[in-house]
Design a protein around this ligand. Structure first.
Ligand SMILES: *Cc1c(COP(=O)(O)O)cnc(C)c1O
Length: 390
C-alpha cells in the first residue's frame, strides 16, 4: 500500500534516540534546548520554545496573544481542527474567514471584511496550507491596521520561505509562529511542537505556561522574602504565578527531531522534485488540476492536493478512493471544513457560509507525497490516475 504521507527514519535517528535512553535525561535535559536552538537558527528567529505538540503550541500562543472570553480569533476554515480549537481552549470565539481558491490560504480581501464585521478580534491565525506560505506581508499590514496579533500556523511549512526569501518561522510578519513535529509533518519527533517569536516577553510567558505557570529565568518573585534567607537563596523555592500546563516535550523526542532536522533540506528537495513531476503530469488532464499552482517554489510541500471534478467525471470521490485502494494507493482529504464538524455546527457554524472553502472541499484529494516515494511508485500513481480519470 502507498500511503498519502509517511515519515522517514534511518539508523542515525535510531542511534540518537538510543543514546538518550542509555546516557541522557529522558525529559528536561539538554536535547530540548539544543533542538530549540537548532530550529531558531534554521528559521532565523530570536526565541524558540519546544512543546509537546503543535496543538499545545497553538494553545499557548493563543493565550499569550490574549485570547479569552472577550477576545476572539480569526482562522481559515480549511485547516486541521487544532487551529480553531486554540480559541475555544482559551474560552474565546473563533471566526472563520474564507480562503482564496488559488492558494487555499486565507484570502486577504475577505480577511479585511471579516475584521470590519467583528469587534473584539485579538488575533489572526493564518495557516500555510500544504506548506504554501500565505501572503504574510499583506496579512500583517491588515492586522496592524486593526491592531490584532498574528500567529502563523506553520504546521505544514517548516522549511518554507516567503516571497522575499525569509524563512517561515522567522516571525518577520507575525508575533509568533507554530510548528508541529507529528510524524506526518516535515520532520518527526513522535509528538512535538514549537513556538518561535522575536518578542522576549511572549517568549518568557510561553516558557512559563509550558510548565505549570511556574516562574522561569530571572522572572521576579512575588514573595522575594521567601526566596532568600539572610540574603542567601532558598534552594527549594519556586513560585507558580499563573495557571499553566504540562506541555513539555521530552529529550527522547528532541533527540529524534534534532537528527531529523539534519535531513530536512534533503526531504524538501525530494518533495519539490515529486511535486514538479506531478504538476507536469496533471496539467493537461480533463476533470482534474493541481489545487495550488501559484508561487509554489517556496512551499514546504507538505501535501499534494488535486481538485477533481467528480460530477463531470461521473464518479464519486468515495468510489474513486475505493478504486485507488484496490490499486494500493491510499489518498486522503485535507480538510473537511472545520465549520462542518458536528461540534462547530452545534456552535452555529455552517460550512456553506465559506463558499470557496466549501467548493474546494467538494473537489479535494491529497495524493501520495513523501520522501521515500520512489520514481517508479510515482509513475505508477500517475498512470493509475490517468486511467481512472480518463
Ligand atoms: C498537525 C497540525 C496541527 C497540530 O499539530 P499536532 O502536533 O498534531 O498537535 C495544527 N495545525 C495544522 C494545520 C496541522 O496540520
Amino acid at each position: 500500500m502507498i500511503p498519502y504521507g509517511q515519515h522517514h527514519i534511518d539508523e542515525s535517528d535510531i542511534q540518537e534516540v538510543v543514546n538518550v535512553l542509555r546516557h541522557g535525561d529522558l525529559t528536561q535535559g539538554p536535547k530540548i534546548k539544543e533542538f530549540e536552538k537548532a530550529i531558531a537558527e534554521y528559521v532565523n528567529v530570536k526565541y524558540a520554545v519546544a512543546v509537546s505538540s503543535g496543538t499545545a503550541a497553538l494553545h499557548l500562543a493563543a493565550i499569550a496573544a490574549g485570547i479569552d472570553p472577550e477576545h476572539h480569533l480569526i482562522t481559515s476554515p480549511i485547516s486541521f481542527v487544532a487551529s480553531a480549537n486554540a480559541a475555544l481552549y482559551c474560552g474565546g470565539k473563533v471566526i472563520f474567514s474564507d480562503i482564496n481558491p488559488d492558494s487555499i490560504n486565507l484570502c486577504p480581501n475577505t480577511l479585511s471584511n471579516t475584521l470590519l464585521k467583528h469587534n473584539n478580534v485579538r488575533a489572526i491565525i493564518p495557516v500555510h496550507f500544504a506548506g504554501l506560505p500565505c501572503d504574510m506581508q499583506l496579512i500583517k499590514s491588515i492586522a496592524d491596521k486593526h491592531g490584532v496579533s498574528v500567529i502563523e500556523d506553520a504546521a505544514h511549512a517548516l522549511g518554507a520561505k516567503y516571497e522575499n526569501g525569509d524563512m517561515v518561522g522567522s516571525c518577520v510578519y507575525s508575533d509568533a509562529t507554530v510548528f508541529s513535529f507529528h510524524p506526518v509533518k516535515a520532520i518527526a519527533a513522535g509528538e512535538g511542537g514549537m513556538v518561535t517569536t522575536n518578542d522576549e516577553s511572549l517568549y518568557r510567558k510561553i516558557l512559563r505556561l509550558r510548565s505549570h505557570g511556574i516562574n522561569k529565568l530571572d522572572d521576579p518573585m512575588e514573595f522575594p522574602d521567601q526566596a532568600n534567607e539572610d540574603g542567601i537563596p532558598t534552594p527549594w523555592y519556586y513560585e507558580m504565578q499563573e495557571l499553566g500546563f504540562n506541555y513539555r516535550i521530552t529529550d527522547i523526542e528532541c533527540a529524534l527531531a534534532l537528527s531529523q532536522l539534519k535531513k530536512l533540506d534533503k526531504f524538501l528537495d525530494r518533495r519539490r522534485e515529486l511535486v514538479k513531476k506531478y504538476n507536469a503530469a496533471f496539467s493537461d488532464l480533463k476533470n482534474c488540476r493541481p489545487a495550488q499552482t501559484t508561487s509554489i517554489e517556496k512551499s514546504g510541500h507538505h501535501l499534494y492536493v488535486l481538485r477533481i471534478d467528480y460530477k463531470s467525471l461521473g464518479v464519486s470521490r468515495a468510489e474513486l478512493m475505493r478504486e485507488l485502494k484496490l490499486n494500493e494507493i491510499i489518498c486522503q482529504v485535507h480538510y473537511i471544513p472545520i465549520p462542518a464538524q458536528p461540534y462547530y455546527r452545534k456552535l452555529g457554524f455552517n460550512p456553506e457560509d465559506y463558499p470557496n472553502a466549501y467548493c474546494y472541499y467538494q473537489e479535494a484529494l491529497s495524493i501520495p507525497l513523501y520522501y521515500d516515494l520512489t520514481d517508479e511508485q510515482q509513475i505508477y500513481i500517475i498512470d493509475v490516475f490517468k486511467k481512472l480519470l480518463a
